[in-house]
Design a binder for this molecule. Sequence first.
Ligand code: SF4
Length: 238
Amino acid sequence: MSETIAHDQSVVTDLRRLAERAGDELESASATEVLRWAVEQFGSDWCVTSSMEDAVLAHLASRVLPGVDVVFLDTGYHFAETLGMRDAVDAVLPVSVRTVLPLRTVAEQDAQFGPRLHERAPGACCALRKVEPLRRVLTEYRAWASGLRRADSARRARIKVVEWDAKHGMVKLNPIAAWTDEDVEAYIAEHGLLVNPLLSEGYGSIGCAPCTRRLLPGEHARAGRWAGTPKTECGLHG
Ligand code: SF4
């Protein structure tokens, strides 16, 4: 084993221990305290990711680190409202929105794999248009913050406010993991934050247009994502 590899592995081990310890110690901390911890540990060497459903996490992060990078994965399949939301967040909040593109345009993907890959193989489409771009951009940071919440789904019920992201080899922050839907609504109202207009048009969760439909009465907020398929996540979160 070379010295460089051994050094890299010890850095990774230290970061993993840091994340695991913080996950326990900050369990009861507020979202702002979790984000302040990120600034103490990593300075500006971390980013927020946003699907542009709302501006809650971007707003929280901008208050502890004005100018914080907010990563938006532009799959080429977003609703116009989502792109408008991205532009509005960039204009209104003290953040730096980074739009990250897949390696192929939709036309190039269609030419290589056939049209509407999202219908035939949504896992492959997400891998090309979301997972790879996220992996690429995260190599520039030591930590990232997502807006995942335990209330989102059973699969997300055990996420910690700080955890080790083995997939990307870095620290992951879920500052609003414990927030309820009511907490989110209250924060938006208190700060007059931007919200994706599709949320008031029958959508419960906003993803790519071909894979997102309006909710039927009584459905869970994420039921409109990849409806009619077994797929429930895009693969960004482990
Ligand atoms: S959500 Fe649908 S369109 Fe978007 S990347 Fe995944 S499969 Fe493709």
